[in-house]
Design a binder for this molecule. Structure first.
Ligand SMILES: [Zn+2]
Length: 169
């Protein structure tokens, strides 16, 4: 589904307002604002073992047909978005993540550790977004970083999109 940049930005500002309260901490995870461009992230408050459920990501389920989703929204089943509450909303993307998303109930995703995670490590998963105009550059810093926050299979398309935009300017 294609989303205009303007609409994205407007939705994002609405969600940012709603999520103005960025404090979160429990026995398992905490939200920490790294400042600058890195922004907020979710960090492990304890060790997690591979396959362990880190936490359940709950939120509001919204039919995709009526809503484009904020940049926090996660695709959910066929035609739904999950608009996660804190701390789920602040999990960052990485091209070599330490977690994966798995649907665990009819209305929620689980963040599952895919490797051993030490306390203090940032928790992230692979967003696997489709290539679109508004997709940001990836700052995950991993060796195999794809350059944008898109799925591996979408990198070629993303490069084409960026190339096209440069010519248009
Ligand atoms: Zn990356």
């Amino acid at each position: 589904m294609e989303l205009s940049k303007k609409r994205r930005r407007r939705l994002q500002s609405v969600v940012d307002q709603d999520y103005g309260y960025r404090q979160y901490e429990d026995r398992d995870v905490y939200v920490f604002d790294q400042g600058g461009k890195l922004g907020c992230g979710v960090f492990a408050a304890r060790q997690f073992l591979p396959g362990e459920l880190v936490f359940e990501i709950k939120g509001q389920l919204i039919p995709a047909a009526q809503y484009d989703g904020s940049t926090y929204a996660m695709a959910f089943e066929d035609n739904w978005f999950l608009e996660p509450t804190i701390p789920g909303a602040f999990i960052n993307h990485s091209c070599s993540p330490n977690c994966d998303l798995i649907q665990i109930t009819e209305t929620s995703n689980g963040l599952i550790a895919t490797c051993n995670i030490e306390p203090g490590s940032e928790l992230c998963f692979d967003y696997q977004w489709e290539a679109q105009d508004w997709i940001p550059r990836c700052k995950c810093g991993s060796k195999n970083c794809r350059g944008w926050v898109v799925a591996e299979s979408e990198v070629k398309k993303m490069k084409r999109l960026v190339g096209r935009n440069k010519k248009a300017r």
